[in-house]
Design a protein around this ligand. Structure first.
Ligand code: DGI
Ligand code: FE
Ligand code: FE
Length: 217
């Protein structure tokens, strides 16, 4: 039995969550092939299959796992049970399935994202948002925005980064509307991408001006 077959057999998820998980596994491979061809798609597929492994566990069961694996949380995170599953799933991925730290970190940050994400973190975070089985409006909008950018941007990495930024904005606005707290990691991640995209744009404009001989204002 391969590792992916074993994980699929071990998953105890509702039908909807199971389909979402398969959707993420498919999407993460496509994202990696497009943007980061050197990444191991096998490892990413394992991360995708495990990313919501504990999502449907009760809060109590999650807390038991947090204790078992010495998962460190800020007081604020501790007040947000929706964030637990990413951390507990990452711990199980390492402990039970021998996933390496680099890959487990993609599971750990798949809900909040973080500033300066690794290539694997970017792929899993975004695949979780835009995979084909996601049908809510916000996800569809992010998916379509990213697809449009792929057609428009010469550098496809810019399309990915802008897509991720749009997803952060969407999540933050959704949480505000619902009167929920916002994890500072997501805010930091959002601000870092805003800076990165701005600097990228300025560098490109400068290079274009140098190529065309046009003076900058
Ligand atoms: O597990 P999934 O449903 O596939 O997706 P996910 O891991 O991105 O979790 C999404 C849920 O997490 C959604 O209900 C919003 C919630 N969430 C994400 N970031 C924050 C958050 N909730 C709070 N309160 N604060 C956050 O920063
Ligand atoms: Fe999740
Ligand atoms: Fe998910």
């Amino acid at each position: 039995m391969t590792m992916t077959e074993k994980i699929i057999k071990d998953l105890r998820l509702s039908n909807e969550r199971f389909l979402h998980t398969l959707g993420v596994a498919d999407c993460v491979k496509r994202l990696a092939e497009r943007h980061f061809p050197l990444l191991s798609t096998e490892k990413l597929e394992v991360a995708a299959l495990l990313h919501d492994f504990t999502k449907e566990y009760s809060t109590d069961k999650q807390l038991v796992l947090c204790k078992k694996y010495n998962i460190v949380m800020t007081d604020e995170e501790a007040k947000t049970p929706k964030l637990y599953h990413a951390k507990t799933a990452a711990a199980i991925a390492k402990d039970t399935y021998g996933v390496d730290d680099y890959t487990a970190s993609a599971i750990y940050y798949h809900t909040t994202g973080r500033a300066n994400m690794t290539d694997a973190e970017l792929c899993l975070y975004f695949a979780d948002y835009i995979e084909d089985y996601r049908t809510d409006k916000a996800c569809i909008k992010v998916r379509e925005y990213y697809q449009k950018l792929l057609a428009k941007e010469r550098d496809h990495l810019v399309a990915l980064k802008k897509g991720v930024l749009y997803s952060y904005d969407s999540t933050i606005m959704h949480l505000i509307k619902k009167g929920e707290n916002i994890n500072p990691t997501t805010i930091e991640a959002r601000n870092q991408l805003v800076d990165e995209i701005k600097q990228n744009g300025e560098r490109k404009t400068k290079n274009d001006r140098q190529r065309t001989g046009k003076k900058s204002k």
